[in-house]
Design a protein around this ligand. Structure first.
Ligand code: NAP
Length: 326
């Protein structure tokens, strides 16, 4: 198929492009900044600079490129640090998930595009009641923390619009598998603590497994929603010390809920203490997806071994095991 990947130069897009090419597809990779073009060309995609928030440009590009399929992976999450003002930090991403999705879906309809797959997220959306691991049929959170209402609404909007158009929404777990993953620096600097009992559950997904599931989703008819997460949803108190060790960092600190609320805001507390994980049973069953990294327990070590070797402290290599003990 001729596949247009919107947001091809980001964390998931750059893993997805080679997976698509290996599967025999031809890829047009869109990007926002001019600097991303060469990277996409090197990966084997035809680069196309496109602002998804410009609907006329999107329609023009899709009509000109005539793709068989579109994958929407555009976000604006680089350098995200301020969780306290969550919706403000996610504003541009929310626009890409609402107006950007509308523009792509309208263009897809005009151009007769057969398949449409879009990025959503698993952990923040499920209701914070009942079991700790949710399937796609479980209820969504009706009363998200005030600071993240727009963000949750934007993800729900995307899923509804994409499903209504016969497409597929992928509720990815938390991405890892790149040296610059969002959790790496805060965990290395001991700025990511265990809050309260650390009982909030998170589902992770290695970027390569996420890319593999996305290629499979393109080969299936929608409408559909899939959790694209690993086999091992886990509480923060379980996974955070393992991540710190894999990064050669000191053990995470522990802070009470009230202090975390003061420093990082309500969303951070909810995520750390109440959020739910997700089950990948449906994606495995219906897409025939198998994971290379079924658990973050081994995935973190595989992902960060080379970066730990390169991360020197005072000119010597950090030994992750002894660093974590200190
Ligand atoms: N499920 C998850 O855990 C999850 C999901 C998404 C992101 N993240 C994390 O967030 C961090 C940043 O993500 P990222 O590397 O993917 O970068 P990003 O800044 O979120 O960009 C993603 C893609 O969207 C494109 N884009 C941005 N604004 C656009 C616009 N207005 N119109 C069209 N395309 C636009 C970018 O193009 P340019 O490259 O040209 O700017 C890029 O191709 C990473 O650590 C990533 O792992 C996590």
């Amino acid at each position: 198929m001729r596949v247009l990947v919107a947001g091809a130069s980001g964390a998931i897009g750059t893993r997805l492009v080679p997976h698509l090419i290996d599967a025999g597809h031809e890829v047009i990779g869109t990007h926002k900044s001019a600097a991303s073009a060469e990277r996409l060309r090197a990966l084997g995609a035809e680069p196309l600079q496109l602002d998804l928030l410009d609907p006329d440009a999107v329609t023009g590009a899709v009509l000109a490129q005539k793709p068989d399929a579109i994958v929407h992976q555009a976000t604006a999450l680089a350098n995200l640090t301020d969780l306290k003002n969550f919706d403000r930090s996610f504003h541009q991403t929310n626009q890409l998930r609402t107006r950007g999705t509308d523009a792509l879906l309208a263009a897809a309809q005009d151009a007769g595009v057969r398949r449409f797959v879009a990025q959503s997220y698993a952990s923040l959306k499920y209701a914070r009641t009942g079991g700790m691991v949710k399937s796609e049929d479980d209820p969504l959170e009706e009363n998200p923390a005030a600071a993240m209402r727009e963000t949750v609404a934007a993800m729900c909007y995307l899923e509804q619009k994409v499903s209504a158009a016969g497409g597929t929404a992928l509720r990815y777990g938390a991405f890892y598998g790149a040296d610059n993953d969002g959790l790496v620096e805060p965990v290395r600097k001991r700025q990511f603590p265990i809050v309260g009992g650390g009982g909030g559950v998170l589902s992770f997904i290695h970027l390569d497994d996420a890319a593999a599931a996305t290629v499979l989703a393109l080969e299936h008819n929608g409408p559909a929603i899939y959790n694209v997460v690993d086999d091992d949803p886990a509480a923060v108190r379980e996974w955070l010390p393992v991540l710190a060790q894999a990064l050669g960092a000191k053990r995470p600190r522990r802070v009470p809920r009230w202090l975390a609320r003061l420093l990082a805001g309500e969303v951070a507390v909810v995520m750390a203490t109440e959020s739910r994980g997700a089950s990948n049973a449906k994606a495995k069953r219906e897409l025939g997806w198998t994971l290379r990294y079924p658990s973050w327990r081994t995935g973190f070590v595989a992902a960060y071994a080379s970066s730990v070797r390169a991360h020197r402290e005072g000119g010597r290599l950090v030994d992750p095991v002894s660093a974590a003990r200190t």
